[in-house]
Ligand binder design. Sequence first.
Ligand code: FNR
Length: 188
Amino acid sequence: MSQDKPLRFVTLVGSLRRGSYNAAISRALPRLSPEGVTIDVLGTIGDLPLYDADLQADGFPEPVLAMSESIRVSNGVVIATPEYNYSVPGALKNALDWLSRCSSQPLAGKPVAIQTASPGAIGGARCQYHLRQILVFLDAYVLNKPEVIVGGAASKIDAETFEITDAATRDFIAGQLAAFATFARKLQ
Ligand code: FNR
């Protein structure tokens, strides 16, 4: 039994698609996490309205406040997202824009791990660098390595069950989660 302090991570999924490969990966994370780590999926970013400073002035929407609080009380965030047009999907950027305006900005000083999956060969790698750039302004602490970049996702995730069928993919995701737990404990 590990003597390490228990950690609770939350996942933020960058796709709204029912059959999303990235959502499938995020649902598999609890089974791939090391001992002493629990992982919960955050509310969907599709529940957030488009960022509008006038809406903010009227009071932050409830789903934004709920997401912000879940992140604030967590020990770290795993972002699992597709790449859209070599960059971050608009819905994920919108969520990050809302979170960035919250009074106790929840990603400041928060450990973050990034995972991308795509049916394409490059696995969303290009999106990772735009996402890292955004997270610099939000003052998050992003895990450098190991990176999780799942190329050819259609052959590694079952279309019916959404299970990760590729053992090597499960292993490198588990490896990142172990490194992320060590990183988050160091930052505490
Ligand atoms: C894509 N896709 C895509 N894939 C990629 O590897 N690089 C890219 O730049 C893009 N660009 C892109 C733009 C838009 C608007 C869409 C809808 C799709 C394909 C994308 O990886 C694929 O649809 C994934 O299945 C999306 O992830 P989820 O929904 O399965 O998690």
